[in-house]
Design a protein around this ligand. Structure first.
Ligand code: GLP
Length: 259
């Protein structure tokens, strides 16, 4: 099952994950990172420049999880812009090695297939950072998404559009469609690191980790993966039935085990 680590603060979670990513890159300079957007990974991205000091990142490759359809890539809230602003520039990654799905081109379906091919050609994702939506989505795989799904266009739920309205000038500006890695794509990454913070994520986290495996809760797909690390704060952990066990396991974790 997933390892669940409950941290006192978001910054503690960010530092924990950033330190692990730095050691991965130090050992393997061509590490392939799976990059998430939204508020959740921000503590990780904030901690990474410090954690990576002195480590060569010029060969690190990255694949974003998703992108809005029909938004100009130059729009400040396109995921291309967010990844450039929050990850590529502050970490000093090589821009040409960091890809985001194409949601603005003339043939999005073809571009989605090409994205899958590019991930495969890179040797697959070594570590995939994930957040979770309040409706249980990962990437933009909304409830009902197939566990076998690949990169494709999805229609957002009204809840997700409302959740993401804070990033746009007006709620109507949130696109209706996105192109997202599928659950099947995400499950092929070698290590999944799922983060969640705040009370609004508590029910989604509990459903994903301890509820039944169901397309109703796309995040429950992580139960199928052999190597998952979940890092949550106390608020996001509030509905976890086995929280005491997760704390006990983490307290007694052997030093050699790593993340
Ligand atoms: C977003 C992204 C997801 C993210 C989720 C939660 O819209 N597509 O990758 O994990 O919804 O967002 P946030 O981290 O802002 O709460």
């Amino acid at each position: 099952m997933a390892e669940v680590i409950i941290t006192p603060t978001r910054d503690a979670a960010g530092a924990l994950v950033a330190d692990h990513i730095a050691s991965l890159i130090a050992a393997q300079p061509e590490t392939v990172l799976g990059l998430a957007t939204g508020s959740t990974p921000e503590p990780v991205y904030r901690a990474l420049p410090g954690a990576l000091a002195g480590i060569d990142v010029s060969r690190v490759r990255g694949f974003a999880l998703d992108e809005y359809v029909g938004l100009d890539p130059a729009h400040p809230e396109s995921y291309r812009s967010v990844i450039t602003r929050e990850v590529v520039e502050p970490l000093g990654l090589t821009p040409a090695l960091v890809r985001v799905p194409d949601g603005a081109g003339p043939d999005i379906a073809r571009a989605a297939d090409a994205y899958e091919e590019a991930i495969a050609a890179a040797g697959g994702v070594d570590l995939q950072i994930l957040g979770i939506g309040t409706d249980g989505h990962i990437g933009f795989n909304e409830p009902g998404s197939s566990f076998a799904s690949r990169t494709r266009v999805k229609t957002l739920t009204e809840q997700t559009r409302a959740d993401n309205a804070r990033f746009f000038a007006h709620p109507d500006d949130v696109p209706h469609h996105t192109v997202t890695q599928g659950l099947g794509t995400i499950l092929e990454a070698r290590h999944l690191v799922l983060l969640a913070f705040g009370a609004a994520k508590a029910s989604a986290i509990a459903a994903a980790l301890e509820g039944p495996l169901t397309a109703r809760v796309p995040g429950s797909a992580v139960q199928l993966h052999p190597h998952v690390t979940v890092v949550v704060d106390e608020e996001a952990a509030a509905d976890l039935e086995f929280a005491d066990y997760y704390r006990f396991a983490y307290r007694n974790k052997p030093d050699w085990q790593g993340l």
